[in-house]
Design a protein around this ligand. Structure first.
Ligand code: ADP
Length: 853
């Protein structure tokens, strides 16, 4: 737009602002337009409009509403910011108030009562404003300020006028009328017969009087004073009577004012008492009782507090009774928790149409649509009061009060119930929120309890059963069940189901094939996505179950671990829309925990089964070995016996060649026998069939017995064998002599077997009172430290090549360790692993072995 056009527009604007403010206001009132001040009021101060004209400068003032002006003026008073932009075609609310004006914009302050309240800003691409233009814009800003000032003053004057009018009305005839209506008395007549004042009758009023002087408060006649029996009064007397009457009027007016003050004081006090009780309410019942108190005192029959439970398209659809009071204790009270469709509640529906103020119906018979008469005649009440409860999110509930008789609501009651409805809204809303929070906490507690309970359960069936039962009890739902996915059958099998209905369903072996087209749970399993159904009647995929007739809403959630589907958790309730987003989240948490617990329980079961199978196999093996060794030993003994017989020449002469071969037979036979004996011992130990027979003996002689056996081999290898008793004291041992001997022979035999140079030291110590320690130390090969444990496992050897040279089965040490342990002792090896430094085998046994097992 060119600068000149803008200039012209401004001039036009300037002349517009000279229109009479009063005419302006009237025009505005006639055609309201939506205005933005309230909205922009929230934005930051420091208006900096671009190409802007401030609010007062709208070129079409006639199209602005009086309300807009009030807002505007109010905004200025409250120092809120808003602005308008005029782009030469129309005036619009300015969106971005915080935007700074361009450089070189023309900007003039708008002032009122010496204070800057805004700015007029002009912007254009072309920045060269002439001095003349500046002057004009400045003048416009000044006029604009003045205009706003005028309007503000006018507005204020109007307000004062209204206030004054109200005050006047209070003190005059209108006040009297209200007063009389409040008192519910119409004509008051008093007669004074020079001795006493008494109430008069209609008749007294209609009597002819000699003189009547009106009782008037500021031109409003309230009544009159009639005088009888006075004729031909002189002027002075007449004046006197007039003066007395005026005094009387003033006095009456004072009386009325003071009574009115008392009434309002009582009203305020009553309200205060109810408010105090209301704000102390800890339950919804308390809140209802506090609000209903004045109604109960004035003949209420019953009071009910409902909360909105279901919304449809932002409108309450259903309400639930949450607190109730009935005057007649024998009356059958509606149970708490009962729900009603608002569409079926004629009076409540009326309230939906105007939720801002209480609905007061003196007599229900005169209320509602003409065809509703039938329903109303069934009602056991006449007066009806409905107090809407609202929060910033809309309607949250209602308090309904029924009065037995017709109940005309006085202005004082109207005021009371309007205020109470507002206060009750706040209290009830808080209580409902609190209840919601408490329920959430309780739900979380249920989840925690169920999780803890199931984490201890290792039986999958019991686990699922616990989940469904605990869920039903903990969440207070109608039914809960779990389907498990059966891969082989490609179906969902009902595996746990709550209550009696659940037992019947389980007995029927309920299963749904995954191919089912219409099944909620199958859909959940297929999509692996939970589903909430607010109203099962409206869900085509819902399969009604005759054993669960009360199901109205349902939620089903997939149980998934990793990416494996284990099943579906399904919860049903008899209330519509029972499952909200809140429940969804809580149940999702629970479902995943149940899934993990189920997986763990299954794995545990599998593992336990495997272990049991392995144990059985082990038993079979030990039994087999024990039997086999036994069966092998008998023929072997016979082979060796007959070899002996031949060698002794009992069967005739033996050639050198034969003798040589027979010795070989004997040697291998012995080796085989020891092998068989070892296998037999090992299998006995593993089968738990090895027993000890304890006896007391001298340890030194036992060791010597063993050295006697390994001695020949040591001598053959030129190794020394030396026994040293630390205290040179005999040591008495109570143990299994044969088995201890076996252990010593094995350990000493190994020491000699795996040593080529040096020898073997045997040291006997007594580190503790009831403990003997036998150390067998050689100077042989040694054992690498990482093999020190391994050599005690069955059939393991450090180096098969070295043992092949010296012979062995790898069973000696495991058997020895088991035997020592059976005595309550320990056997272990120590070695640096360096050849020549050898190894030390240490046996520790109690002097008195624990009773043989
Ligand atoms: P084996 O009949 O093979 O001797 P053992 O159970 O008695 O069976 O011993 C297992 C293995 O432990 C032996 O093969 C050997 O490798 C190692 N071992 C046992 N005692 C000694 C030792 N004193 N010095 C070195 N190695 C030893």
């Amino acid at each position: 737009m060119s600068k000149d056009r803008l200039y012209n527009q401004l001039e036009q604007l300037f002349s517009n602002t000279q229109a009479s403010p009063a005419a302006d206001l009237q025009q505005q009132a006639a055609s309201p337009v939506p205005a933005a001040p309230q909205k922009s009021a929230e934005e930051k101060p420091k208006a900096a409009p671009r190409k802007d004209v401030d609010a007062a400068q709208d070129t079409r003032p006639a199209r602005r509403a009086a309300a807009t002006w009030d807002d505007f003026l109010d905004g200025i008073r409250r120092r809120r910011s808003f602005g308008y932009v005029y782009d030469a075609t129309e005036v619009q609310p300015l969106e971005n108030l915080s935007k700074r004006p361009r450089r070189n914009a023309l900007s003039f302050p708008l002032r009122s009562a010496g204070e800057t309240f805004g700015r007029l800003v002009l912007e254009d691409e072309d920045v060269n404003w002439t001095e003349a233009q500046r002057r004009v814009v400045n003048a416009v800003a000044d006029r604009l300020s003045q205009q706003v000032d005028n309007l503000r003053l006018l507005n204020e004057a109007e307000r004062y006028r209204l206030e004054a009018e109200q005050a006047l009305a209070q003190m005059s005839h209108k006040g009297w009328q209200d007063f009389l209506v409040d008192e519910q008395e119409e004509d008051l007549i008093y007669v004074y017969d020079q001795s006493l004042v008494k109430p008069g009758s209609e008749e007294d009023a209609s009597k002819k009087s000699d003189l009547a002087i009106p009782l008037a408060v500021r031109d409003n006649v309230l009544g009159q004073v009639q005088f009888e029996g006075i004729q031909d009064l002189d002027t002075d007397s007449q004046n006197l009577l007039a003066a007395v009457t005026e005094q009387l009027t003033t006095h009456l007016d004072n009386l009325r004012l003071s009574q009115q003050r008392e009434t309002s004081l009582a009203e305020v006090e009553g309200l205060y008492a109810v408010s105090a009780e209301l704000s102390a309410a800890a339950t919804l019942q308390d809140a209802l009782m506090a609000v209903a108190k004045p109604a109960i005192e004035t003949g209420a029959r019953r009071c009910s507090l409902f909360r909105v439970v279901n919304m449809a398209d932002g409108q309450p659809e259903e309400i639930e009774l949450v607190a109730h009071w009935e005057r007649d204790p024998s009356a059958q009270a509606t149970p708490l928790g009962m729900r009603f469709k608002i569409s079926e509640m004629h009076s409540t529906q009326a309230w939906i149409n105007s939720p801002d103020k209480p609905l007061m119906v003196p007599n229900i018979v005169n209320f509602g649509p003409p065809n509703g008469a039938g329903m109303q005649s069934k009602m056991d009440f006449k007066g009806f009061l409905l107090m809407p409860l609202t929060s910033q999110d809309g309607v949250i509930g209602t308090i309904n009060i029924n009065f037995e008789d017709e109940h005309p609501f006085t202005p004082s009651e109207e005021r009371l119930y309007t205020t109470l409805a507002q206060q009750a809204s706040v209290v009830v809303n808080n209580l409902l929120l609190f209840e919601q929070a408490t329920r959430r906490a309780a739900d979380m507690e249920t989840v925690a309890e169920i999780s803890t309970a199931i984490s201890r359960l290792l039986d999958p069936d019991l686990l699922l059963k616990t989940v469904v039962e605990e869920m039903r009890a903990g969440f207070g739902v109608y039914h809960s069940q779990i389907y498990v996915f059966d891969k082989d059958m490609d179906a969902l099998t009902l595996s746990a189901s709550s209550g009696e209905a659940g037992e019947k369903l389980l007995a029927k072996g309920h299963a749904i094939p995954m191919a089912s087209q219409h099944s909620l749970v199958v859909r959940v399993a297929r999509d692996r996505q939970e589903v909430i159904v607010g109203n099962t009647a409206k869900e085509p995929d819902f399969l009604p179950n005759e054993l669960l007739p009360d199901t109205r809403s349902e939620i089903a959630l997939p149980m998934i671990v990793g990416n494996r589907l284990l099943g579906v958790l399904d919860v049903q309730d008899s209330r519509l829309n029972r499952f909200t987003q809140l429940e969804r989240q809580i149940l999702m948490t629970l479902t995943s925990q149940v899934a993990v617990a189920l997986q763990n329980a299954r794995l545990y079961l599998e593992q336990a089964e495997t272990v049991e199978r392995l144990r059985e196999l082990d038993h079979l093996k030990s039994d087999f070995l024990a039997n086999m060794s036994h069966e092998l030993r008998t023929p072997l003994n016979s082979i060796m016996g007959f070899t002996d017989v031949i060698l002794l020449g009992l069967d005739g002469p033996v050639t050198d060649q034969m003798e040589n071969d027979l010795h070989l037979v004997e040697k291998n036979g012995k080796h085989l026998l020891s092998l068989i004996n070892n296998v037999l011992d090992m299998s006995k130990i593993e089968a738990g069939r090895m027993t000890l027979s304890l006896e007391e003996f001298d340890l030194q002689s036992l060791i010597e017995e063993a050295t006697d056996i390994v001695g020949p081999l040591a001598r053959e290898k030129s190794l020394y064998l030396e026994l040293k008793m630390q205290d040179d004291q005999p040591v008495q041992l109570e143990a299994d002599h044969v088995r201890m001997r076996q252990v010593l022979i094995n350990v000493l035999g190994n020491a000699v077997k795996f040593t080529e140079k040096g020898g073997v030291d045997i040291l006997v110590k007594q580190p503790k009172e009831n403990l003997v320690r036998i150390e067998v130390k050689d100077t042989g090969l040694g054992i690498p430290s990482n093999k020190l444990d391994m050599i005690f496992e069955s059939f393991s050897q450090v180096d098969t090549s070295s043992t092949r040279k010296v012979g062995g089965t790898g069973l000696g040490l495991p058997i020895s360790r088991s035997l020592v342990e059976m005595h309550g002792g320990r056997l272990w090896a120590e070695s640096t692993g360096v050849e020549g430094e050898g190894a030390t085998f240490i046996i520790e046994v109690p002097m008195k072995a624990e009773k043989a097992v």
